[in-house]
Design a protein around this ligand. Structure first.
Ligand code: AGP
Length: 602
């Protein structure tokens, strides 16, 4: 998601903007820019890639005296990440930054081009600044032109506009994307969330949808559809970390709740009406590829393992998965007709990176699925698909795992589609299910409360089994890892059908079994596996859309028609279970003992 920062006042503006944008990096971006007006001096700078590149570009630039300024980090929706597409967008004498999507931009753009306006970018945002300057020609004030501009925009936006026609005023509007206004004396700040202005502003007003207006030194004029309105400032917290948690107790909790919204970003531009599209892959990327080998560690290994079922079932391509630290030393037999995929949230995991280098030395084509652009693994790969989960701060991975699973599901479908080995009907069915995924990831109060309540019964015992079949076996592994990582209690994931080959000897009332019982995948098989355990007095927590009366605890899920929707919904339950047990045990959920967010050593 994009980020916005604005400042009006006498302090040095460049640093305020760049530091503010730095605080918004977690939202994910691929380019950034700033614009400043000080009297008759207009400056703007843009750079693709990390903010460091923009800092480098503006090293020699310093502002002084009173001025108005805006900044933006862009995550590409319309048009590739280029300097031309980066914000702020320039008209003849005005600048604009914008979050959201202008749904009628194409129609507005066509009208403006017919009036002779020359567009430099492929973005919807550029339409705003040209429309404003067109309206300004026939308006009796800058504000009237700004109002008329807003009245013609359809869609979601948070926007800031500055113009040489009014060099001591910032114009703003909020409709669907977040934005707030900060105050400190006569200085006025704008930002997409509060962390960029913590330590700078002392008071804040959170804009509501439909509100717009302008800020001058020490003055904020606020309007909505009914005209000018008053507003009440509130004290701004000085605690940046708690602000970054945006009201959640832990980053991990916030990231579980974010899964639904970031999944939309992961799918954007890739899941189309009746086809899967990866701009990152050349059309012949899978030519002469007849098998897939995936290498990863930890949670990323689990998403890989789940995808192996999908690559074979949907993609009709052989797929095997290796733990990177094992792969590195097994003297593997590698062929050039196998695509080597690495999966990594950080893109810096040493074992995975070394495995990738081995594959490259063997002449294999390589693809990475990663959450951090320009990371070592991304740079080392022939192609990379970003999961777009945004920065993941919790050491126990959640939204990265969810978005990896989605990218791999899309890729499995893409392989079948590209190789023409599956029907259009299958593609459509899978896409119909994919589109429901953000909804399946929503955390309801009812669910969270239920998991919180039952977690009190799982604070002891001699361990946990998470069991499942097919893609729910890797999900069981992941659920067990989540619990281990943040509760420090022993848990293991196991194929449900394997319990009778030994582990069932452990069954007694102190052995807690978390059974993943999807309706749409081998339900009768998993049911009989769980009944065998229940008959031996194991304590069962069943997660299923179908009531299961032998369970000691039962969490009813909603989706029952597609295995991947059941997978995502059950994933959320296991994440919440680990979270709530860890909280009851008083552990540091975000920074569990002995763990690091990225294991960059062997
Ligand atoms: C996940 O909860 C763990 N923190 C850990 O297993 C992690 O998945 C593993 O270290 C791999 O990291 P990566 O995805 O950044 O490569």
């Amino acid at each position: 998601m994009c980020g916005i920062v604005g400042y009006l006042g006498k302090n040095e503006k460049k640093e305020i903007l760049l530091d503010g944008l730095q605080e918004l990096e977690y939202r994910g971006y691929d380019s950034a820019g700033i614009a400043v007006i000080e009297g008759d001096k207009l400056n703007n700078f843009k750079a693709i890639g990390k903010l460091e590149n923009l800092r480098e570009k503006t090293k020699a630039y310093h502002t002084e005296g009173f001025g108005i300024s805006i900044g933006h980090t862009r995550w590409a929706t319309h048009g590739k990440p280029t300097e031309l597409n980066a914000h702020p967008h320039l008209g003849a004498y005005s600048y604009v930054v914008h979050n959201g999507i202008i749904e009628n931009y194409q129609e507005l753009k066509t009208e403006l081009q017919a009036d002779g306006v020359n567009f430099l970018s492929q973005t919807d945002t550029e339409t705003i600044v040209h429309l404003f300057e067109k309206e300004h020609k026939s308006s009796d004030s800058v504000f009237a032109a700004f109002e008329k501009t807003l009245s013609k925009l359809d869609g979601a936006y948070a926007t800031l506009l500055i113009t040489e026609a009014d060099p001591d005023t910032i114009y703003f509007a909020k409709h669907g994307s977040p934005m707030l206004v900060g105050f400190n004396g006569d200085d006025v700040y704008f930002a997409s969330s509060d962390t960029p202005i913590i330590g700078k502003a002392t008071e804040v007003y959170y804009l509501e949808d439909g509100e717009y207006g302008y800020a001058k030194e020490g003055v904020l004029k606020l309007f909505d559809a009914n005209g000018e309105k008053s507003f009440t400032k509130q004290a701004l917290t000085a605690d940046k970390v708690s602000a970054q948690k945006e009201g959640y107790r832990f980053f991990m909790e916030k990231e579980i709740y974010e899964q639904s919204s970031v999944m939309g970003d992961t799918m954007m531009g890739r899941v189309l009406d009746d086809t899967i599209n990866f701009e990152e892959l050349d059309k012949d990327f899978f030519e002469n590829i007849y098998a897939i080998k995936i290498c990863a560690c930890g949670t990323s290994y689990h998403s890989a393992l789940a995808s192996s079922y999908l690559f074979e079932r949907i993609g009709k391509m052989r797929c095997d998965v290796e733990i990177a630290s094992e792969f590195r030393y097994k003297e593997p037999f590698l062929t050039e007709k196998t695509l080597f995929i690495t999966i990594s949230q950080s893109g810096e995991t040493a074992d995975t990176l070394e495995a990738l280098k081995m594959a490259k030395r063997a002449g294999m084509r390589t693809l990475s699925i990663c959450n951090v652009d320009n990371s070592s693994i991304v740079r080392e790969s022939d192609a990379a698909i970003l999961t777009r989960a945004g920065i993941e701060k919790g050491v126990a991975s959640t939204k990265a795992f969810a978005t990896q699973s989605m990218v791999l599901w899309m890729l499995a479908l893409y392989v079948g589609q590209t190789k023409n080995t599956i029907s259009q009907e299958l593609i459509k069915n899978e896409i119909d299910a994919m589109i429901h995924t953000p909804k399946a990831l929503i955390v309801t109060d009812k669910l969270h409360e239920k998991v919180h309540r039952l977690s009190k019964r799982y604070l002891h015992g001699h361990g946990f089994f998470f069991i499942g079949r097919d893609i729910f076996f890797p999900l069981a592994l992941e659920g067990a890892l989540k619990l281990k990582e943040i509760s420090y209690m022993h848990a293991e994931g196991y194929p449900a059908g394997e319990m009778k080959h030994g582990p069932i000897a452990l069954a007694d009332s102190e052995l807690f079994t978390i059974a993943l019982m999807p309706k749409s995948m081998h339900y009768d098989k998993i049911k009989s596996n769980v009944e065998e355990l229940s008959a031996r007095d194991a304590t069962i927590c069943a997660i299923s859309p179908l009531p299961f009366d032998l369970a000691d605890d039962f969490i009813q899920t909603n989706y029952d028609s597609h295995p991947m929707l059941e997978y995502f919904e059950m994933m959320v339950v296991t994440q919440l279970l680990a979270l709530e047990i860890s909280v009851r045990l008083g552990n540091d959920v975000d920074m569990p003992r002995n763990l690091a967010k990225s294991v960059t050593v062997e």
